[in-house]
Every structure is written in structure tokens, then in C-alpha cells.
Design a protein around this ligand. Structure first.
Ligand code: SF4
Length: 237
């Protein structure tokens, strides 16, 4: 990896620590221009990043990975936020003809037999393809440190998969996210009112509402040692 690139990320990370989320996003756009994209899963807190981009009037493309396993409510939420905030949405999906090979019906419910491999095909490889585009130099992600133990050291800026990754809300506590979404009347994900605090793919192996008192991401791959799909790791399938 280009050492200059890593040095640039380190400098920006230090600089961003003293800035607001608005200023971080604006500065990122000043530096990377239209090479800056946003990434979104249209999960529970997707409106936080998308509303910022809309409010700041930045021409930033938003990339969404269609895994083929999303809840219908997530696809409806995608449509709501996209039209409400006039998002320049780009959808990407795996072109592997056997992309659903790990999905099986068990007792009337869809389950995934190998979640690591399924995420590899349907998320990580798809992300690698759009991050590999020559017109993408940096990407924004909504990751926050208080979402889980595995995210507690999330930097504001670092290099991931060869591109500059910016997490403008890394230091935001969940309470501030909820307050922002409420104050700006950002539409709510339809599953939020059913107790889902982190919303990924629909198979039971992948998303369930967390039990009371558990952290917000504990319903993701519940009962499995897996805590990340790989999109936020330097992992390649
Ligand atoms: S979250 Fe589940 S269904 Fe979605 S890509 Fe990963 S393993 Fe497959």
C-alpha cells in the first residue's frame, strides 16, 4: 500500500478529531471531490449519514449493496430515504450465478449455512468491486465506536481496502444519533419500532432483535462468533 496514502489518512484522522461531523464531511468533500462516495446499508441509522449529505448539499454518490436477502422493509426504507433526500443512489449486487448457494429453508425460515462465505460473495466482493473503481478515492461510512466492542477503536480516517475511509460519526454516542434523527424528523426504518436496533439481512441466522439490555448489534449473527460481515475489515473472500 502507498505509504503516502497511509500518512495522509493519519494526518486527517488527527485533524478530524477536533472537528464536528459536518466539518469532517465538508472537509472530506473539499479534498476528494466527486471521488468521495457514501456507503449505506439502509439500516436503522442510515438516515444519519444520508441526511447530512442532503443538508450539506454535497453531490456525493451513495452505494448500496443489494445482497438479495434484505427485509422488504429495508427496501421500502431505501425508497423512502432516496426520494426524501434525493440521494444519488447506486446499487451493486454480486454477479455470481450461485450467489444464493448458502441459503436453505429450515422449518419454513430461510437460514444461511455458511455466513462467512455468504457475506464474502454477497457483500465483501461486491464492495471490493465498487471501491476498486477509478472514480472512487474515498468513502464515508456510518460506523460508530459505541456500536460494539469490535468497533470501539474506529478511527475517523484510515485506509481500508486501498481507499481512504472516513467515519464522521465515530465518536457519536447512540443517544446523539437518536436525538439527531428525532430533531430532523428523519423517517424511521419500519423495523425499528419492532425492536430491531441493528438491521442486516433477513435470514434468522443474520438478524434478530437483540434481547433486552444487550448491545445494539447483538442481534446480528446471534449465537455465532461472527460480529462483522467483513465490509469494515481488511478482509477479502
Ligand atoms: S448477512 Fe447473512 S444473508 Fe446477508 S450476505 Fe451475510 S450471511 Fe448472507
Amino acid at each position: 500500500m502507498n505509504p503516502d496514502f497511509i500518512a495522509q489518512a493519519k494526518l486527517l484522522d488527527a485533524e478530524f478529531a477536533a472537528l464536528s461531523a459536518d466539518a469532517r464531511i465538508q472537509k472530506a468533500f473539499e479534498i476528494f471531490g466527486t471521488g468521495l462516495i457514501a456507503t449505506t446499508s439502509f439500516g436503522r441509522d442510515a438516515g444519519l449519514l444520508l441526511h447530512h449529505i442532503h443538508r450539506l448539499k454535497l453531490p456525493v454518490r451513495a452505494y448500496f449493496i443489494d445482497t438479495g436477502f434484505h427485509f422488504p422493509e429495508t427496501l421500502a426504507y431505501r425508497d423512502t430515504l432516496t426520494s426524501t433526500y434525493q440521494i444519488d443512489l447506486r446499487e451493486s449486487a454480486s454477479t455470481d450465478p450461485y450467489r444464493r448457494r448458502y441459503a436453505v429453508e429450515k422449518g419454513g425460515a430461510l437460514t444461511i449455512t455458511d455466513t462467512q462465505a455468504c457475506c464474502g460473495v454477497n457483500k465483501v466482493a461486491v464492495q471490493a468491486a465498487f471501491l476498486g473503481r477509478s472514480d472512487v478515492t474515498a468513502f464515508l461510512a456510518g460506523l460508530r465506536r459505541d456500536q460494539s466492542e469490535s468497533r470501539q477503536d474506529t478511527p475517523f480516517v484510515h485506509v481500508q481496502k486501498g481507499k481512504i475511509k472516513i467515519c464522521p460519526f465515530a465518536d457519536w454516542p447512540a443517544e446523539d444519533v437518536d436525538l439527531y434523527l428525532k430533531l430532523w424528523e428523519v423517517p424511521e426504518h419500519p423495523l425499528a419500532k419492532l425492536g430491531y436496533t441493528s438491521i442486516g439481512c433477513s435470514p434468522l441466522t443474520c438478524t434478530t432483535p437483540p434481547v433486552d439490555g444487550a448491545d445494539r448489534r447483538s442481534g446480528r449473527w446471534a449465537g455465532d462468533s461472527k460480529t462483522e460481515c467483513g465490509l469494515h475489515l481488511d478482509y477479502e473472500p
